[in-house]
Design a protein around this ligand. Structure first.
Ligand SMILES: [Zn+2]
Length: 56
């Protein structure tokens, strides 16, 4: 996964506006607020609540 750091600094979770961090073991961005994990497809984050993997 290769996401631009500048992009990472401006995007936020669409559900809670929390900070997003790249997952270490998956092509996902994990919200530090609500825990939703957003998929990254072709290095493009998919910031849709409907597409997010919800925390347990
Ligand atoms: Zn969130």
């Amino acid at each position: 996964m290769n996401i631009d750091q500048q992009l990472l600094s401006i995007i936020v979770c669409p559900a809670c506006h929390g900070e997003l961090s790249p997952a270490t073991d998956a092509e996902e961005l994990v919200c530090q607020g609500c825990g939703n994990a957003y998929p990254v497809r072709d290095d493009i984050p998919v910031l849709l609540v409907d597409e997010a993997r919800k925390p347990d």
